[in-house]
Design a protein around this ligand. Sequence first.
Ligand code: PBG
Length: 335
Amino acid sequence: MSHTSQAPFPITRFRRTRQSPQIRALVQENTLSVGDLIWPVFVRDGDGVEEPVPSMPGVMRRSVDKVVEAAREAADLGIPAICLFPYTDPALKTPDCAEAWNPDNLSNRATRAIKAAVPGLAIMSDVALDPYNSDGHDGFVRDGKIVNDETVEALVKQALAQAEAGIDIIGPSDMMDGRIGAIRTALETAGHRDVMILSYAAKYASAFYGPFRDAVGASGALKGDKNTYQMNPANSDEALRLVERDLSEGADMVMVKPGMPYLDICRRVKDTFGAPTYAYQVSGEYAMIMAAAQNGWIDGDKAMMESLMCFKRAGCDGVLTYFAPQVARTLQNLR
Ligand code: PBG
């Protein structure tokens, strides 16, 4: 290709710009920085508890006091935000999911405690009924069906309770139709004008959520699958229509989930809307990298950094990742 009949040498030598770390730095197109990271953390009951999640090596379920410690560590590392996921006592899971909007539920208690101790750190929530639902689904189940509009009313109550507790970013992960508009209206009406919504807009029905369902104790409860509300992995145009809908209903930021298998969707979303776009590198993606690393089959640290750079290359503004503290530490050592 680069040989011509006139020149007996390659005119364009791409290797010239790869010859040293300094030159490679000069031509580097994308950068991963600590400011790109949102750290998902699991909260459980108790005091002084850090309980490992077996299918996610290195990930813990923490009691509120330990979550506060983790939040302080995140802030010290420069991580801008953490995202709370509750592991709810099975005794509190009911068909009416009332624990979801209890002002003193685990998630809301953790939010208040973190805000008091580490005020600068942004906190993101999860809006969906699955941690509180004895049926394991993100919405109410009636006659074997997940009902939409009644669920949205409950999600609004859940989101308002989170806003009252001091949440910065509401993260609806439930995939019900109309929930962004309903939550936005309720937030404005209640005076929570600065509370952001990061919509799980393009959330696929994925096998990569398995370890997360273990972590929040939802695997046992879930009856059936989530295919009537989460997206078909075969679809791409539908993701754009969902993002457009959620932005028009008042989402400030949008998410594609899972991450690595859906980089094409990240790129299309960013190119089409230019809105703040995030990927969720989900539990199964984390578990795969950790499992291979623990077997000595890949270099875990390098695979971690490479897997996160791919989100920046695909156009994302940031990424939710269980690797966040390790990445932050790795970035500091490189500096
Ligand atoms: C459910 C929820 C899920 C995740 C975040 N919120 C699982 C699901 O939809 O079943 C998955 C996150 C991960 O796998 O890391 N509301």
